[in-house]
Design a protein around this ligand. Sequence first.
Ligand SMILES: NC(=O)c1ccc[n+]([C@@H]2O[C@H](COP(=O)([O-])OP(=O)(O)OC[C@H]3O[C@@H](n4cnc5c(N)ncnc54)[C@H](O)[C@@H]3O)[C@@H](O)[C@H]2O)c1
Length: 251
Amino acid sequence: MGNSFEGKTVVISGAAGGVGRAAVAQFVENGARVCATDIAASVTDLERGSSGQIVAVPADVTKSMEVEKIFAAAEQRLGPVDVLVSNAGFIISKSAHDTTEDEWDSVMNANAKSFFLMSKRALPAMLQRRTGSIVATGSISSVVGLPEQAAYCAAKGALLQLVRQMAVDYASRGIRVNAVGAGSINTPFLTRYLEGLEDPAAGEAAIKSAHPLGRWAEPKEIADAIFYLSGPAASFVTGQILMADGGYSAR
Ligand SMILES: NC(=O)c1ccc[n+]([C@@H]2O[C@H](COP(=O)([O-])OP(=O)(O)OC[C@H]3O[C@@H](n4cnc5c(N)ncnc54)[C@H](O)[C@@H]3O)[C@@H](O)[C@H]2O)c1
C-alpha cells in the first residue's frame, strides 16, 4: 500500500531543525496539511508561501500549556490530527558524574517528556476516531550505551519504552506507535556536537567510520523512515524502532 496523506493532518515537532524541515517538506509533497512546531521562532518561515497547507506554531513541547496551544491551532486551522511526529530533541554530551541535575532534566524533558505530553494531547481524539499514527525520533542511543551520553541515552531509551508501551495499549483501538532509530545525521544538532569536541575533524571521521555505510545520514533519509512508519505503507507495523543508522546497530 502506498503512503498518501491527502486530506490528513500531521503535527511535527522540532520542525525548524534538520530532520523536522525535511519531514515537513515530505508530508506536504504527499498531500498532508502540517502543523509545524518548534521552540525556535524560525519555524514561522515554513508557513510563509505554503498556501495554508502549513501552520507554524512556535512553542516549547516540554510544557503542557504550550502543547495545548499547538494542538488547538492544528485542530482549529487544519482539522483533527491523524499523525503525530514527535521529533524535537537535543543532546548534552556528558558522562553521568559530570551531568548536573538541570542538564539531566533538560535533556529528559526535551527528548522524553515532550513525547509523553504530545502523545497525551493527541490520543483522546485519536481514540475517539479509532485511528491514528504516532512516530517518535529515537536514536542509536535508544538501544545502545554510548560514551558521554548519560542523559541522552536515558531519554532516548525512555522514549523507546513509551513507544512499545503505547503500541500495546492502543493497538486494539486503531492507533500505531513507532520510532525511528536514527544514526548520525547532517543537521545543526551534529554540527553543535562536533564543535564541542577538542578535534572536530577527528570526531567527524570517527562518527562516519562507526557507521558501516561509512557516512552519516542526510535529513531526508531520516524523514523517509518517519514518513514510511506514519502512513498506510506501515499498516501492520507497531511498537517498533526502525533503525535508520547506516548499519551501526547491526555490528
Ligand atoms: N543529528 C543527529 O545526529 C541525530 C542522531 C540521532 C537522533 N537525532 C534526533 O533527531 C531529532 C531531530 O534532530 P535534528 O538532528 O534535526 O537536530 P536539530 O537541532 O536540527 O533539530 C531539533 C529541533 O528540535 C527543537 N527543539 C529542541 N528542544 C525543543 C523544545 N523544548 N520544544 C520545541 N522544540 C525543541 C530545536 O529547536 C530544533 O529545531 C532529535 O530528536 C534528535 O535527538 C539526531
